[in-house]
Ligand binder design. Structure first.
Ligand SMILES: [Ca+2]
Ligand SMILES: [Ca+2]
Length: 174
């Protein structure tokens, strides 16, 4: 099977990275790298830092480390960050042990970990407490950025009556 992969420049002295500008500010708690298959070996790197732009510089949120053998993908989770730009950053010579001078991947992914949609207060269930928070966000009395992000159920960038309707339906089990 063939797949499109992306390989960095081959250099023993250069750091390598993948820089992604997101369409809008996102809340992220997890990232995954699908490593490229080179012959019979996945090119699992020894170290890749997952970084986010904090407005003035890149900050490392979590680090992919070599799991001890080659693996097709690696996933990390980290405390939630809010950002519009991210970077997968591999320091020089931290590629696969067989080929440390490159960063070679098939796909990268990132997002919120599997928190329950509509669970605004993050207590593990979706109920009237979350509805109250949703209303508070819509009214502007709830300003917590994590809660506000969760209040935008349909992901259109704002919390309003459409999101409230979705949440009511969830609470009612529709
Ligand atoms: Ca809840
Ligand atoms: Ca919305």
């Amino acid at each position: 099977m063939e797949a499109t992969t992306w390989a960095s420049n081959d250099s023993p002295t250069q750091d390598h990275w993948i820089d992604v500008t997101l369409p809008s500010t996102r809340q992220l708690t997890t990232a995954t790298i699908y490593w490229a298959l080179n012959g019979s070996n996945y090119m699992t790197s020894q170290q890749v830092q997952f970084q986010y732009w904090n407005g003035s510089s890149f900050v490392t949120a979590g680090t992919f480390t070599y799991p001890g053998s080659n693996t097709d993908h690696s996933t990390i989770t980290f405390p939630q960050v809010s950002t519009s730009r991210i970077r997968f950053y591999q320091p020089a010579n931290q590629g696969n042990p067989l080929y440390p001078t490159v960063l070679w991947v098939t796909e990268v992914d990132y997002g919120l970990s599997s928190s329950l949609p509509g669970d605004l207060n993050a207590d593990g269930s979706v109920n009237a407490l979350d509805l109250q928070l949703e209303v508070n966000v819509i009214l502007g009395t709830e300003t917590n950025t994590t809660i506000k992000a969760k209040a935008d159920l349909n992901g259109d960038g704002q919390a309003n009556a459409l999101d409230l309707q979705q949440l009511v339906n969830k609470v009612l089990g529709l």
